[in-house]
Write a protein that binds this ligand. Structure first.
Ligand code: COA
Length: 377
């Protein structure tokens, strides 16, 4: 291998292509997103289970395959007793991302050496994690709020069951659909930080539980998950459509950021925001509460005109979550629940065509310092 040129610095790996992948294509210039070649706008009409199958197996399922896959997810939802015990033992101030990180790590105790596990078995373990994420999040939420846990309901799909376990009652069709759509839109996004982190872990031939634990820890940070919550807080702060103008001018004049706007990759309308915009409208109409949606519309016009900036996925998810009655601290866990399918796909792809991920740094410290014995320092 040729000697690496350490003088070329790409901070944050920005602009560096580190692998080939068949999973996701982001066309940032044209505002398009594809999972395995299918446009996100089309996939949003299906179910999360269908998208999950597509991401993991690389093709759309037929009816029988989808039904078997959905049944596997239902079967795998339950948590082993020792995981429920761990959830019960966690301090009350443990948030759902922390609980998720702990439980996924605990689920992996005794995980076999990946070199002795077939790719099919790795995939099955990953799917079991996809199934268990909502249960862990919902159980943690209810326990730390002093409520009884609500066991999964096998009659409900992935999204509807999550709402059921969280709120203790079956969601209506529109709420279940809104959650499902939101899961689909968050399921995958190429080499984002958490997905890349899972691939780094897998590249050492570590196990999939360790990879997911790394992914959760990475997604937890406010620069990755979490912007939807900021959007809800911002809309609340603005309060009414007539206050939007003043708010935006104040933020922009202070060189602040309007939450839910702009994206590192999309330089036009985020295609996920386009789909969620329609859902936000529908759910706002159904609730008979258009306040946030009207604020959002006004904000969109001003941001396009003033800054040439467009909403990202978090902008309209913020409104959808508000109408679903989603507790603020569940926003990032929702992201994790959805993204778990993307992580399985990436872990398997990395195992299949592995190369240890090991970048270089540009050392800027001193060299050849004189070592003195401890008593002489
Ligand atoms: N509000 C106001 N101005 C914004 C902005 C926002 N949300 N996002 C970007 N800008 C402006 C910057 O101030 C900068 O303007 P300047 O050139 O006049 O200084 C310009 O757009 C480029 O910003 P930059 O930070 O270089 O873009 P980026 O690609 O690194 O940033 C984000 C991407 C997502 C970090 C950024 O748009 C942001 O902070 N958005 C708000 C948080 C958010 O919604 N995050 C969720 C992302 S899915």
């Amino acid at each position: 291998m040729a000697e690496a040129d350490e003088s070329i610095l790409n901070k944050g790996l920005e602009g560096i292509v580190v692998a080939t992948s068949e999973i996701c294509k982001i066309d940032g210039a044209n505002g398009k997103l594809y999972y395995r070649g299918y446009s996100i706008g089309d996939l949003a009409n299906g179910s999360y289970e269908e998208t999950s199958y597509l991401l993991i197996y690389g093709r759309l399922p037929n009816r029988k395959e989808l039904s078997e896959f959905s049944a596997t997810l239902v079967r795998e939802r339950e948590l082993p007793k020792h995981i429920v015990d761990i959830l019960m033992a966690l301090p009350n101030d443990t948030n759902s991302m922390e609980a998720l990180r702990t439980c996924v790590s605990a689920l992996g105790h005794g995980a076999r050496d990946p070199r002795e596990v077939s790719l099919e078995e790795q995939t099955r373990m990953g799917i079991a994690l996809v199934a268990k994420f909502p249960t862990i999040v919902a159980y943690n939420y209810r326990l730390r709020n002093g409520q009884q846990i609500v066991a999964p309901n096998p009659r409900l799909g992935h999204a509807a069951n999550f709402l059921y376990m969280l709120f203790g009652k079956e969601p209506d069709q529109l709420d279940a659909r809104a959650m499902d759509m939101d899961f689909i839109l968050h399921a995958e996004h190429s080499f984002n930080a958490s997905t890349f982190a899972t691939r780094v872990t897998v590249s050492t031939l570590s196990d999939i539980y360790s990879a997911f634990t790394t992914g959760i820890g990475t997604l937890k940070g406010p620069l990755h998950g979490g912007a939807a919550l900021e959007v809800s807080l911002m809309l609340e702060k603005i309060g009414s459509p007539d206050k939007v103008d003043g708010y935006v001018r104040e933020v922009l004049s202070g060189h602040g950021r309007v939450m839910g706007y702009g994206h590192r990759v999309y330089k036009t309308y985020d295609p996920r925001a386009r789909v969620l915009n329609n859902m936000a409208l529908e759910i706002s109409q159904k609730r008979g509460d258009m306040r946030y949606y009207e604020i959002a519309q006004k904000l969109e016009g001003i941001m396009a005109g003033e800054k040439n900036l467009y909403p990202n996925v978090d902008f309209y998810s913020g409104i959808v979550y508000h109408h679903l009655g989603m507790p603020a601290d569940i926003n990032t866990p929702i992201f994790a629940i959805a993204r778990a399918s993307g992580w399985v796909a990436h872990c398997v792809e990395q195992y299949k065509n592995n190369r240890l991920i090991r970048p270089l740094d540009q050392y800027i410290g001193p060299l050849d310092l004189k070592y003195t014995k401890i008593d002489d320092r």
